[in-house]
Write a protein that binds this ligand. Structure first.
Ligand SMILES: C[S@@+](CC[C@H](N)C(=O)[O-])C[C@H]1O[C@@H](n2cnc3c(N)ncnc32)[C@H](O)[C@@H]1O
Length: 329
């Protein structure tokens, strides 16, 4: 028996591609149709769909490992990373210093194992308050500007100009599935607006306010809103701490600025209706996440309770990114 999720057929392709991009979809078993549903084999619970077990047919996994094709000295091979990000047709990979002389071979290997890629970028880190990436093209052609597909939406972005994280696809869908009809939603750190777009496509909010400091984020977000024919998003360029005070009380607030969202929590809770939820992201030492959650609300001048804590992704050998769902009382 294999762990799998039960997904309505009409959502099948969008869920399948999001799971594949986030590395959760298992390729060693076939997806099976059952009534109006698809049973998709997963390596962990992505949240948002019924988790079950089923007898799925095994299949040979295709050779997809770029490491087998990278020409690097044998003693450095163990340094080749096991994962990298794909945004649209752009792969973004981080390499240890020792591998930099071989970066073009690594980039070429990535292009060979994935026919959907146009270019491969070396990522030297996220910088500045706009959280943009320092990128160098190591294989392929063109710039890092691309259109990423997620849950039936097209999202134009350029990781050299604006932050975008393809690994949050299932978290965006989880939040969208919690949104009830008519909700007022605020995304305090919206980037190119992936949370607002997924929420508007897969739920029926009354209005979604999307805030970001970065003017380039606004340009991409407005293109995305138009390209996907979404009409309930109001995009505001500015500092969320200043902007949020002028917005209506919200039923739901998304705070995807994991380095410092906690410092904005009092402002967010002040704008949340009783019974509303703040989804706050935080980077925490895995050994300290429990203690952080226990003391999270101490000293916060608004009544609230912690409803749920979930690990979203690994950040470093000892740290992870978490999402904390905090309900205003
Ligand atoms: C981690 S990114 C999140 C982007 C988006 N939510 C996503 O999932 O792709 C954080 C964003 O917050 C923006 N930002 C940083 N400080 C801000 C502030 N004080 N007010 C509004 N936006 C801010 C950055 O420009 C960046 O786009």
């Amino acid at each position: 028996m294999v762990m799998c999720i039960r997904v309505p057929k009409k959502e099948g392709e969008t869920v399948r591609s999001a799971l594949a991009e986030s590395g959760i979809l298992r390729s060693d078993h076939r997806i099976k149709a059952e009534g109006g549903f698809l049973l998709m084999p997963v390596s962990s619970d992505p949240g948002g769909w019924e988790l079950t077990e089923a007898d799925l047919e095994p299949q040979e996994a295709a050779e997809k490992d770029y490491r087998a094709l990278s020409e690097v000295p044998a003693e450095l091979r163990h340094l080749l990373p096991g994962s990298y990000d794909i945004i649209g047709d752009v792969a973004i990979i981080k390499l240890e210093q020792e591998l930099l002389p071989y970066r073009h071979s690594v980039g070429g290997a990535l292009l060979r194992v994935s026919s959907n890629l146009r270019t491969v970028m070396l990522d030297s880190g996220v910088k500045g308050e706009f959280r943009v990436r320092d990128l160098e093209r190591i294989a392929g052609s063109g710039t890092s500007e691309t259109v990423h597909r997620e849950f039936g939406l097209r999202m134009a972005t350029d990781p050299a100009k604006v932050y975008f994280n393809p690994r949050l696809a299932t978290e965006r869908m989880r939040v969208a599935r919690l949104v009830r009809e008519g909700e007022i939603v605020i995304d305090m750190f919206a980037g190119v607006a992936p949370f607002p777009l997924v929420i508007c496509r897969h739920a029926r909010p009354g209005r979604v306010y999307a805030i970001d400091l970065n003017p380039a984020a606004r340009e991409f977000a407005l293109r995305n809103i138009e390209m996907n024919r979404i009409d309930r998003i109001e995009y505001i360029t500015g500092d969320a701490r200043e902007v949020i005070g002028g917005l209506p009380q919200a039923d739901r607030i998304v705070m995807n600025l994991p380095q410092m969202a906690y410092s904005f929590l009092p402002d967010a809770l002040a704008r949340t209706r009783t019974g509303g939820t703040v989804h706050m992201h935080a980077i925490l030492e895995r050994t300290e996440a429990g203690a952080f959650a226990d003391s999270l609300l101490e000293g916060i001048p608004h009544p609230a309770r912690l409803d749920r804590v979930s690990e979203l992704k690994t950040y470093s050998p000892t740290m992870s990114v978490y999402v904390l769902d905090i309900v205003r009382c």
